[in-house]
Design a protein around this ligand. Sequence first.
Ligand SMILES: *Cc1c(COP(=O)(O)O)cnc(C)c1O
Length: 482
Amino acid sequence: MSQDLLIFERGAPGRRCVTFPDAGAIPVPIPESMRRDQAPALPEVSELEMVRHYVGLSTMNFSIDTVFYPLGSCTMKYNPKVHEWAARVPEIGGLHPLSEAGGPALEVIWEMEQILKAVSGMDGFTFQPAAGAQGEFVGISLIAAYHRARGNQKKVVLIPDSAHGTNPATAAMCGYTITAIQSTDRGTVDVEDLKAHMNDEVAALMLTNPNTFGVFEDEILEIAEVVHGGGGLLYYDGANLNAFLGQCRPGDMGFDVVHINLHKTFTTPHGGGGPGSGPVGVKEALFPYLPTPVVVKGEDGFWLDFDRPETIGKVSTFYGNFGMVIRAFVYAKMLGAEGMRRTSEMAVLNANYIAKQLDPYYDRPKQAQPMHEVVFSASRQKKEHGVNATDIAKRLIDYGMHPPTIYFPLPNVAPETMLIEPTETESREQIEVFVEAMIQIAREAGDDPDLLHNAPHNTPVRRLDEATAARKPVLRWRPDSE
Ligand SMILES: *Cc1c(COP(=O)(O)O)cnc(C)c1O
């Protein structure tokens, strides 16, 4: 879109969308000294100019509804529109959280809990956390409460070097020191390194499986034995359950606490900061510490139990983002057990198809078979042509696709990483369009590296200074006169 269609500077003095009737003189109880002496310099536009402004802005962003979005670890799968209908049905969307008619809402939460229990192998869930990161905070707080109740002041949380950044951030927020555990060349946890760091100061190991190399931790049973044997608990970062759905369960692998991102695996929308939902599941031994209130099924229906003396307390208003529970519930009911199994099969198949197709063109830092996402590296392109993962990601935008996650897993673990997660909702044809673009970009890296260095070429704004944009965001338009 060309710059002249950005319409903040459009309009003319006196132009209006609406004209209000003259209300006459209204007494204003604001002291004279605090009133502005000039009218604010707001844009004055017609309705059409305003519509073009907002519709124009909406087309300048990437979304899963418009383009392929292989942002690894984020699971940008399609959000079925029937969810939006369900969440907006007046009897649901308009329900006040304190209303007497809230019983059916509690029933939905309880039903969804049964579904997550079946999927994960855990014994009970709370739906209060509003994101995966908050779920982690709740989960590690539960583990801290568990150890405290047994008179153990543990100090350390073990986290593999491939972990999502929220894991160490969570452990630190809960007051633990963090010890990183190395990955093997296959991309899995180095069990010998784990054994070397296991001692009675360790509260927990936080593990993602498949981990962020997209690799299944096939030594998980031994890992669980090592951690439990040393008096620690096992935390499962299940933000992304896409490879496990209907196949296997963290609860059967020895995990004591899990969080699941409904806004990833269960197709509720995410991005833009939420609202999300990161329910936390626990084994029975951690029941007493769950946040209050807990939804209980009694003889006369469903009710909220606030009487829980050992609870870690309340972590969210009311019961979390209930609209997300509705969306996930509809999704789970539509799929059923068989549909969930198909979902994970297709997610894994799609990622492996990409892995096979791109193997001749890009290096893969870890060699174990990928599950639902695959990590490539731009190290060959960097060495031979001076083109890095950022250049490749930016060039993909010119091909009309969202870039994969880059530099995660982190550069100290593997160089120039590109984490690609197609999800199960993409067609084979779309995946082939992506593969073709990546192959074309690999060729361009050799033929014309500057084409990549200067990408993207077709966007309203070109290459951004992303660090400054994140640290000093300019979120407000100001008229020249201010
Ligand atoms: C997305 C993600 C998280 C954090 O979830 P949020 O809802 O973004 O807070 C944690 N761990 C992993 C592995 C993730 O992919």
